[in-house]
Design a protein around this ligand. Structure first.
Ligand SMILES: Cc1cc2nc3c(=O)[nH]c(=O)nc-3n(C[C@H](O)[C@H](O)[C@H](O)COP(=O)(O)O)c2cc1C
Length: 136
C-alpha cells in the first residue's frame, strides 16, 4: 500500500486548553504507532495545523474520526497527495506549540507573524511543518 499525506487546518473549540492538547497527543501517539501513522501537529491556542502520513486506508480512516471530533471545528483540507517517503518518520505525532518566542519562524512562510493556516497553500503548510519539526 503506498503512502499518502493529508494536511488540514481547524479551530479549537472555546475552552480548549493545554491539558486537552496533552490528552490528544497521548491517545494519538499510541494509536498512530499501531496504525503506522506519522506526522506533525502545530497549535497556537486557537488554530491547529496537522500533517498525517501513512497508508491511504489508515490516513483516510483517521481523518474521518478527526472530522467528527467535537474538540475542534471548521476542519479544512489543505492537501492530500501520494508521497514517495515520509517527512516525519521520527514522530508518531510531533507537536509544536507556537508561542511569541518561536513565532519568528513563521515569517519565512507568511507576510506577517500571524499563524493562520486557513490562509496557507498546502505546499506552504507542508514546508512550514517540515521547518518546525526540525526545531523539535
Ligand atoms: C487536532 C486534533 C488532532 C488529532 N490527531 C489525532 C491523531 O493524530 N491520531 C489519533 O488517533 N487521534 C487524533 N485525534 C483524536 C481523534 O479525533 C479521535 O478522538 C481518536 O482517533 C479516537 O477516535 P474514537 O474515539 O472515535 O475511536 C485528534 C484530535 C484533534 C482534535
Amino acid at each position: 500500500m503506498y503512502l499518502v499525506r493529508l494536511i488540514y487546518a481547524s479551530r479549537a473549540r472555546k475552552g480548549f486548553g493545554p491539558s486537552d492538547v496533552e490528552q490528544i497527543l497521548e491517545v494519538a501517539r499510541k494509536a498512530n504507532a499501531q496504525k503506522g501513522i506519522t506526522g506533525m501537529l502545530c497549535f497556537n491556542g486557537y488554530n491547529f495545523l496537522q500533517s498525517l502520513e501513512g497508508s491511504r486506508t489508515a490516513v483516510n480512516e483517521l481523518y474521518r474520526h478527526i472530522l467528527e471530533d467535537e474538540r475542534h471545528f471548521d476542519t479544512t483540507l489543505l492537501e492530500y497527495r501520494e508521497i514517495i517517503a515520509r517527512d516525519f518518520d521520527n514522530w508518531h505525532m510531533g507537536y509544536l506549540g507556537l508561542t511569541k518566542e518561536n513565532q519568528a519562524l513563521l515569517l519565512r512562510f507568511s507576510n506577517n507573524l500571524e499563524f493562520d493556516p486557513f490562509k496557507m497553500s498546502g505546499a506552504t503548510a507542508h514546508a512550514m511543518l517540515c521547518e518546525l519539526s526540525a526545531t523539535l
